[in-house]
Every structure is written in C-alpha cells, then in structure tokens.
Design a binder for this molecule. Sequence first.
Ligand SMILES: Cc1cc2nc3c(=O)[nH]c(=O)nc-3n(C[C@H](O)[C@H](O)[C@H](O)COP(=O)(O)OP(=O)(O)OC[C@H]3O[C@@H](n4cnc5c(N)ncnc54)[C@H](O)[C@@H]3O)c2cc1C
Length: 521
Amino acid sequence: MNPEQWSAQFGERITRTDAATIRRYCENVSGLQRRIAAVLYPESTTDVQGIVRTANEFRTPLHPISTGCNWGLGSKLPVRDGAAVVDLSRMDRIHEVNERHGYAVVEPGVTQRKLYEQLKNTNSTYFLSVTGSGPETSVLGNALDRGIAHHGPRAEAISGLEVVLGNGELIRTGSGHFAQSKTTYLYRHGVGPSLDGLFCQSNFGIVTKAAIGLIAQKAFHGVLGCTIDADGKLPALVDGVAALIRLGILEPSVHLSNHQRTRSVVGGILGQRYADHYVKQILDEELRGAWSLSCPLSGTPAQVKLAHHEARAVLRRIGEVTLTTDRTLRVAKAWCRILSFLPRLRRRSCFLDAIEPSYLHSKGIPSDTALASIAWPLQDRTYAPGTDLDATHSGALFVLPVVPLEGEAVRQVMEITEQVFASKHGFIPYVTLNSASRHSLEAVINLLFRKNDPKEVDEAHRCVDELVRVLMGTGYVLYRAGIQSMGHVVDSASPYWQMIARLKDVFDPNHIIAPGRYNFV
Ligand SMILES: Cc1cc2nc3c(=O)[nH]c(=O)nc-3n(C[C@H](O)[C@H](O)[C@H](O)COP(=O)(O)OP(=O)(O)OC[C@H]3O[C@@H](n4cnc5c(N)ncnc54)[C@H](O)[C@@H]3O)c2cc1C
C-alpha cells in the first residue's frame, strides 16, 4: 500500500507514514535494522478492533507496542520486516485505583510516571513496583514482555486482561467475561482454563486494558545491603540469600550487581553533574566491592528489625552488611553537608545524592537515572537526561537467562559470560541478577557498544549471539529474548512450538499480530 492508501484504509486521524516518523520508530539502541510500513495510533479499544479487522482484510502484519521502550531487546521494532507498528501510547487512561484491594486498572499507554503521580496525588496507601527503566515506560507493556520490577515479576501481578485477538474478537480473561463478576481483578484464573498467560510474550492479540497489582505501604521501610570484596564470594552470597528466602526472612526481591554495573549506574548520574576526574575519584573511594546486594525490607519496625538481625547473622560472614532507611540516608546526608568543608565528605555527599534514586526505586518512585548507565561508560555525549536512548550513539544488547538460585549455577553463568564477553570478544559484562521467583534469578547481562562504529556493532551482535547459544546449550534458557534472538528460543521442529503455532491459528488465523514474536509464525 502507498501512504495515501494507508490513511484511506486506517484513517487519517491514526495513521502516519511520513519518512520522519518511520525513521524515528526504526531508531533503536541495539543497532538493529528492520523495515516498518506505517505507524498507527489507536485511541480506544474500538480503534484497535478497527485496525485489526482492516489488517485482516489487507493481510497486513501489525506490531503492537505500548510505549516502545523495549531497550536492549528491540525497542519499537517488530521481529520481521514489513509490519505496521501499532503504538498504544495514546490509550493512557487509568480506569480505577482500588484502595481496598490494591490494584489499578490501566490501558497500555499508562506509564510508570503517570501511575506513580496518580497514586501520590491521591495519597494512596499503595505504590507501584517500578522497574529500573525510565518513568515513561509502560506498566502493561513491561508486564506483557514479562519484565521484572523492583518487587518482582510484573506478569504475575496482572489480571483481568481485555484483549483484541488477531481475528478482531474482543475477549476478557479471568472472570471478566461474566458481566456481573465482582472478582475480575481479585482472582486472576476465573473458572475453567486460564488464558492470561497466553498473552504475555506472545503474538495472539493486542491487550487493551488490565489490572496491575500494587504494593501496600508499610509502617517501616528499609533496604538491606551486602557488599562482597571478591567475585569468588558470589556463590556463598547467593546461597546465603537462598537460605534466607527459604526461611521467609527475605522476600524474593533481591538484586545483585557486579562492580561494573554499579559503577556505570552511579557514574552515569555523577557524570551529568561533575568533571570526569572528580567522578572517578568518588567512584574509586566509594565503590570497592566486587558485587553488591540489595533487598527491600518492610513491615512494622519490629518485623524489619528482626529480618535485618537474622539476615545480618547469615550474611556478615560473607560481606559487609548495611541497612539503609529514610532516616539513615537523611542523617548521613546531613552530616556530609555539615562537614562539607572536608573534601572527602563533600565527595561522599555527592555519592549519597547519586545512590538515592536506587533507594527510592524500592519505594515505588521511578526515575530515568539508570538510563545514563548505558551512555556514560561509552563516553557518549549524545545522551542527556530526557533524550531518547534510541536516538543516541550508545548501543546496548541484553542477554537474559534465568538461573537457579544456587551459588554454583550463578558462578557457572558468570564464568561463561566472562569467557564469551571478555576473553573472546573484548566486551565488559555489566550484570545484575534479580529475583525471578523464589527459586530463580534473571541475569541481566548487558553489552554496551558504540552504535556509530559498524565494526563494533557487528562484534557486539556476534558476541551476544554466541553467549545466547552457549547459555541455552548449557541449560540456562532465556526468560526473555531480543528480537534478533527469537531463532534461539523458537524451534519449528519442537512439539512445544508446533502447539504454539497451532494456537496462533486459533487466535489469529491470518497471522496478523507480530509475526515471529515468540513463535515461528
Ligand atoms: C537502563 C535500563 C534499565 C532497565 N531496567 C529494566 C527493569 O528493571 N526491568 C525490566 O523488565 N526491564 C528493564 N529495562 C528494559 C526495558 O526498558 C523495559 O522492560 C521497558 O519497560 C519495556 O518498554 P515498554 O514498557 O515501553 O514496553 P513496550 O516496548 O511497549 O512493550 C514490550 C513488548 O511487549 C509487547 N507488547 C507491548 N504492549 C503490548 C500490548 N498492548 N499487547 C500485546 N503486546 C504488547 C510488544 O512485543 C513489545 O515489543 C531496562 C532498560 C534499560 C536501558
């Protein structure tokens, strides 16, 4: 179809085919190349249904995005060339915030910032578990790609999905299809086979509304920290954490970062405020650990005190244990200010300001501070806060295997990563490990490269491809894949994926929605 035909078929109000728009949607932080045909901006579920029906008529593939910030995994791009991107960001209504049961019913365009602000402005007793990605990312988009937020996986917190299927039909999951249901957002399975899971990491439909569970604010909140001084202690730290989770002392929302990752996050923040040599001095003084752990602790003061005490008893044999609270942070900052005539404490004050956003994440306050961690190590001056990461010279690719919560497994994954990244391809692995369940961690292995250097782009992609292959071959299956890695997770010879392809025929017989996304059709 030519541009006029697109507008004629899908409507002028929601269709863009101009070169500038197409270019903007093709820009991506991962150095990927895909062709897209148009960008469509529905404003309602009815618009989405209209788009899907027309797409069926013309056999036009559609790639739905909520806000399209899927950085490191493909950004706004489809898996295959030729789709029209359906950008749902105009559908950004918060239909309900339920203060009794703690959920919000939202559309795909609702961002972390929008929901955070609504909860704050209404003095809600709940908060959203935020991701480390930017405030303008989508709550539902992240959940539908099975993203992991500070207090755990988002996909497990969504319920009552409203979905426009690939054939244009509208369905509601759980008990939402019973007109009088009082429990659509309270009991996600409904009655009979549960369909919710079919719409995460899938290409069966476009989700237009769902509830996201919120977290109740507690009387007392803190963050347990533990820093180890050598990589060799990581297995013991992981096993210590696993034991504490098993005993119910820690919640399964632990986060571990290697030295390079912590340095890139704190350096990224400081780098926007101070000269390079000063930033380096602060980082060298403050960040000595090989790995650092953080885990939110909240409850009554007595509960937090007890959990801290028990966790400390286990972890202090392995590393240096801390507890950060509003009060400890406030007092430390005040002392540093009072004694700021001492250069060492002036630098410490800068450091405390830089780590505060990470602490605030644990309380549901989103920020874009971590985004600078992509550009800062590359010394990319095209990035500044507020810039679209996709439009900079910075390159990032994520490899995301799920790893058993066992010291030995984590050691092996890190050994493989070091071998492939550093020894073979010359890249630094920036790694975080986050709870994916009570028994597993997602490893976020981040490769940074200069996107304006074609050779480096090529090397980065070969490195990631090799790491994915080796990890999958060793049994560390990805929990989420970049669009360039679908071939590593989907196998047309496997009975499992053949069944997924048959389901595609049920929901989307003309293969309209996101061809190739977690599917071979
Ligand atoms: C520094 C940094 C930190 C990050 N931290 C985190 C983190 O802590 N946790 C995390 O999970 N990610 C993280 N990310 C990765 C990413 O930025 C987030 O996952 C982000 O939320 C995804 O973008 P989005 O919310 O705009 O979702 P989208 O890009 O809109 O959606 C993601 C995918 O889901 C599908 N999809 C979206 N909406 C729909 C719909 N309505 N119907 C059907 N399918 C749909 C599409 O295939 C789409 O490609 C981070 C990235 C960076 C660079």
